[in-house]
Write a protein that binds this ligand. Structure first.
Ligand SMILES: [Zn+2]
Length: 129
């Protein structure tokens, strides 16, 4: 298997910076989108999340004047206030984001796996702790 290629000086695989927009690129992108007041990556899911004036996105405003959109999966959740739209993360309404969360290893599982790898390395080399 081809190992991940790391960008010199960072811990990020090279394909990550290429696909993830920089702060200034995000700002430019936000200005280009009709009714977009916020565009950022979700800390919880990593998905690109936009907050929009629903009317400017040609959405039916009967469902709410504001919309939170998961840009990664194209799912939309509408709200009555901008504050509510901003407070909504993608895993609150996007099934694919939730699925991605469910499939991600939990912190405890990651620690158990890391400890097992360390134990195996010690056993292989005859090291004692
Ligand atoms: Zn999503």
């Amino acid at each position: 298997m081809n190992p991940l290629v790391f960008h010199p000086g960072t811990a990020e695989p090279m394909d990550r910076p290429a696909t993830r927009l920089t702060r200034s690129a995000l700002a430019t992108e936000r200005e280009d989108r009709a009714g977009c007041v916020s565009l950022s990556y979700s800390r919880r899911t990593g998905a690109l999340r936009g907050v929009y004036r629903a009317a400017d996105q040609d959405l039916d405003t009967d469902s709410g004047k504001w919309a939170t959109i998961c840009e990664d999966h194209g799912t939309i959740c509408q709200h009555g206030s901008q504050a509510a739209a901003r407070a909504t993360d993608t895993d609150d309404f996007c099934d694919e984001c939730r699925e991605r969360q469910d499939n991600a290893p939990k912190p405890a599982e990651r620690i158990t796996a890391a400890n097992a790898a360390i134990d195996a390395m010690h056993a292989r080399n005859g090291w004692t702790r």
